[in-house]
Design a protein. Structure first.
Length: 593
């Protein structure tokens, strides 16, 4: 008999998921050897696969290929037998052992793996066949089969030489046991305990045989026991493999569950326990204690109570509960049996409550509210802060504005004692603590400095300067630009500063506010040209920054260019020269001969 696991396989990347499925259905084949003096033949048959290993239905089965080889596991020359379940291989050589395997394929071109391998040894020339010709058989077929829930190895049809021994192993699947093994229709074993396997051997084979195994699902023993003052149900039960069984634990009146152990391990004071997907025997043992009472503890959003939920406590016990607000929240209230015992605990602190000598059921509940943080801002002489005193909710923002009085400027601002400099506002983001802000001021004036494109002024922006003090500014053009003008308080103090040089300006003995601004323009560079006798060179000019002027050299009639020199360096007898991306003054001269 042949069997194969059919797997979807394809070389197309778009069907990779498809190729991972395996057919669970076994393909079986029967080897029916016949022999003649020459050109022996063997007939194979097999059953069609119907499902995949995941249980889905196989569709589109198109046919089979039969593989032959003279070495175990090595095949060649497959025969496409089409969608038929048997085939006779003819033309086999005498005195040769052949090995056969089958694959299945569908209408998409996907192919299974090889089936199990069967073999057949043809008689030597002049010999007699195993089943025909009236001589003594040289080989026999042993057919092995297994029902669902286990396997037999080897499975299917096996050709066994006359007088040889063939061993079989029967193995139940997990959760099953061997219910029966029959040989040639007679039972040789039954109801093998504990999921154990079974072995059987045919010795000194002189005839064809059959061996078949059947299996049944196992049941597991659950023994539940109860101590004094309570019961368990069921106490002793059998449950099938992979099913569930629930054990109920019930204390007697005035008692409570003290502890439950499952397979010797404590699972706490539970009142029921469920075994899911059973695959082993189990024990449950329950003990019970004095009567108890329930305390139900609950907490609203943004905080917690520990322990939470409903707990059963012993009579006369003194359990303690801890209430903890989340960050940014405070305990708004704690109620016991519906009556408030505390409210509005400041500063985000927690709270503890102890029930003393419990003699009845109780409830305890906690609620929480968002905290507000205190921001205190103060201002010295010469200015103000807004707001000066505020309360701000957790995780929100608060901005403090610092405003100097006329003729004053901000001297320094400290936040929580740390200096931030002369800022005019400060924002607290995601508030999670109390804060302080303190601002000091000094008499002084402002200077507003600005620069146009293609240059800079340093320092830029608005600077505060103490009355009577001084402040220096540096104006710097970008490469290829020059200072077009510098304007102080609306009046030009410098213009067309040559050569792209920087410029400095100092305000001295300040007694008022000022402005200073700078503008810039693109530079021109000088191209100086010189020509010797016997020719001419195009006139030099002023070239705009980053442009590329072309200079042309022309010899007179009967002359030729001897040499061209650029910035004092010979560049050869060129008839033209291009200054690329001009960013400096240049010179060019030409001689002729």
């Amino acid at each position: 008999m042949m069997n194969t696991g059919y797997s979807k396989r394809t070389n197309l990347p778009a069907r990779i998921a498809f190729c991972a499925l395996i057919l669970a259905t076994l393909v079986t084949a029967q080897l029916l050897p016949t022999a003649t003096a020459h050109a022996a033949q063997a007939t194979m048959s097999w059953s069609a696969p119907t499902t995949y290993s995941d249980g889905s239905t196989l569709s589109g089965l198109k046919g089979y290929k039969l593989y032959t080889g003279t070495t175990r596991g090595s095949y060649s020359n497959p025969v496409d037998v089409g969608n038929t379940n048997s085939y006779t291989m003819t033309g086999l050589g005498d005195g040769t052992t052949y090995y056969f395997a089958v694959t299945a394929y569908d209408n998409l071109g996907n192919s299974s793996g090889y089936s199990n391998e069967v073999s057949y040894s043809t008689p030597a020339t002049g010999g007699t066949g195993s089943t025909t010709g009236g001589g003594t058989a040289s080989a026999y077929t042993v057919t092995a089969s297994a029902g669902s829930g286990g396997s037999i190895t080897p499975a299917g049809a096996t050709v066994v030489s006359s007088g040889a021994t063939q061993a079989y192993t029967v193995t139940p699947a997990t959760g099953y046991y061997v219910a029966s093994v029959t040989v040639d229709g007679s039972q040789v074993a039954s109801n093998i305990a504990g999921g154990a396997g079974y072995s059987y051997s045919f010795t000194n084979v002189s005839a064809s045989h059959t061996i078949a195994a059947s299996f049944a699902v196992r049941s597991y023993h659950i023994v539940a026991s109860a101590g004094a003052n309570g019961t368990v149900s069921p106490g002793d039960s059998w449950a099938q493999y992979n099913t569930a069984q629930t054990i109920s634990i019930t204390p007697a009146s005035g008692y409570q569950v003290a502890n439950v152990t499952v397979d010797g391990k404590s699972v706490g004071a539970v009142t029921s326990y469920t075994f899911n997907n059973l695959n082993a025997d189990h024990t449950v043992a329950a003990t019970f204690g004095n009567a108890g009472y329930t305390i139900t503890a609950s907490a609203g959003a943004n905080g917690s109570i520990t322990p939470a939920g409903t707990a059963t406590v012993s009579s006369g016990s003194t359990p303690t509960y801890t209430v903890t607000p989340a960050t940014g929240y405070y305990v708004a209230s704690v109620t016991v049996d519906g009556t408030a015992v505390v409210s509005n605990i400041p500063g985000g602190a927690g709270y503890s409550y102890t029930f003393t000598g419990v003699t009845a059921p109780h409830t305890i509940a906690a609620s929480f509210a968002v905290r507000s943080y205190h921001v205190v801002a103060s201002a010295g002489t010469g200015g103000s802060v807004t707001p000066g005193d505020s309360w701000v909710a957790y995780n929100t923002a608060q901005t403090i504005a610092i405003t100097p009085a006329s003729g004053y400027q901000v001297s320094d601002v400290t936040v929580d004692g740390k200096s931030l400099g002369a800022v005019t506002s400060y924002t607290f983001n995601n508030l999670a603590a109390d804060h302080t802000v303190a601002a000091t001021f000094a008499a002084g004036y402002t200077i507003a400095a600005s620069a146009g494109a293609n240059g800079s002024i340093t320092p830029a922006g608005t600077s505060a300067v103490t009355g009577g003090g001084s402040k220096s500014y540096t104006i710097t053009p970008s490469t290829g630009y020059y200072i077009k003008s510098v304007v102080v308080d609306g009046a030009t103090v410098a213009s067309s500063v040559a050569g792209g040089a920087p410029y400095s300006y100092t305000f001295s003995n300040l007694s008022g506010n000022h402005t200073i601004s700078a503008s810039f323009d693109v530079r021109y560079y000088n191209i100086q040209t010189t020509a010797g006798s016997g020719g001419n060179i195009s006139a030099g000019n002023w070239a705009l920054f980053n442009t590329s002027p072309v200079i042309t050299i022309t010899p007179a009639s009967g002359k030729k260019i001897a040499s061209v020199t650029v910035d004092g360096v010979s560049v050869g007898a060129l008839s033209s020269y291009t200054f690329t991306n001009v960013s400096a003054d240049h010179s060019i001269s030409a001689t002729f001969m």
